[in-house]
Design a protein around this ligand. Sequence first.
Ligand code: NAD
Length: 496
Amino acid sequence: MTYRISHWINGQHVQGTSGSTSPVFNPATGEHIADVDLATESEANTMIASARAAADSWKESSLSQRASVLFAFRELLHNRSDDLARIVTREHGKVLSDAAGEIARGLENIEFATAVPQLLKGGHSAQASRGVDVYSSRHPLGVVAGITPFNFPVMVPLWMCGTAIACGNAFILKPSEKDPSASLFLAELWKEAGLPDGIFSVLQGDKSAVDALLDHKDVAAISFVGSTPVAKYIYESGTARGKRVQALGGAKNHMLVLPDADVEMAADAAVSAGYGAAGERCMAVSVVVAVGDIGDALVEAIASRLPHLTTGPGIDPSSEMGPLITEQHRDRVAGYIDAGAREGAEVVVDGRDAKYPDRGFFLGATLLDKVEPAMSVYQDEIFGPVLSVVRRETFDEAIELVNSNPFANGTAIFTRDGGAARKFEQAVEVGMVGINVAIPVPVAYYSFGGWKASLFGDNHMYGPEGVAFFSRGKVVTSRWPDPATSTIDLGFPRTR
Ligand code: NAD
């Protein structure tokens, strides 16, 4: 029996009427388990109208009311996180501990947003000019939308919605059609937390739903996370229609290992960051850059760990790596193993030879050595459990390699040399840098975002830049003069 996944409009489940659906699979078994409704433009318009009406009253809510809803939502989510993790594992495939990890990181974004009275504090300058005071305040945008990828069905929506709602907006989530159930779980918790109907909505759908959000004049801002071609499309279409857009794209994250690094520690980190979530993370390490003479020892250390990884259903606590999201994606990733071999890379470990269940969209951990920038395995974002090793003679060549890549989401260096780490952190043209930290996802009170083809727009996601994105500033210049001092002066006003 398959189940149906529908929209959440004005505080309730609403079945789609388009008749158009997309199948949802359990990637661990390959079974077709559900069908998600794909919204039409008119369904999107109905939702936007209800969000518009709700936003008009939510913007009048007090900061303490918003904070108390956020605190209640945080408690509910914390208490129900095991249930939500199971939903994520069922539709995404990632192992339960990994699903719990994404929920925990998303919760930190909600905790950050509970500080909204502090976050929206403006400045005040008394006596900026004689008898004149100047102060600033931040205001909601109205209806804002979040369009999110399959790989973090909870964390990425939580990067956006808590801050957007705290800033006084109505938020419409358009989740990935590949694992859409988590979005409805979040919607129910928001309602239980006391959020007024219409402030958090879920529009299920594909490109048509996204285009309806892009086209509608009442959607003031779009926060997007997904692949680079779609990020670029949404940024260009949204800004051309006068919307505020932040669009985070794909990645190809390099981890440099210098000759002085602890090889065993670097190998542990490369395996964890390369194969966690089967490589379906925007901050996954996909290229290890072995600098100087460390290459042979490092490749051997990584390869020796791979036969011990347990690949299996995410629901099984003994599994360390789950399946890929769809059969088509699994086949595409497996195709890169052949492409790498054809183009001259050395296939040190072929994931197709690993032990994993016959059913489901599994692929074992793969290690390619002697990869070069011209190869497709280097150029493309593979988004699967395929780790490439590129060897470089010098540290400068390794930095040059990272800086020549069009993607610039995350990067890391493993070394015991503080001076080298500092040089790297200063020279590298990447948005998020780890020093002996392979997945440097910033904590919630900083902001997340890459450079170059990994981000279109000016604001990074969540943290202080998230507040800036989901609110707009106003500055008031105020004078309460004594009428007796009033004169006419046609000169340009200046401070006195
Ligand atoms: P995707 O770009 O295919 O889809 C993302 C969202 O866009 C989904 O909601 C989808 O329905 C919608 N969409 C897809 N095609 C569209 C189109 N042609 N027009 C309009 N909307 C469209 O991405 P995905 O496969 O779900 O997720 C994986 C990608 O996301 C990877 O490239 C990964 O690097 C990236 N990602 C980036 C970050 C980051 O922070 N930079 C984080 C997570 C994932």
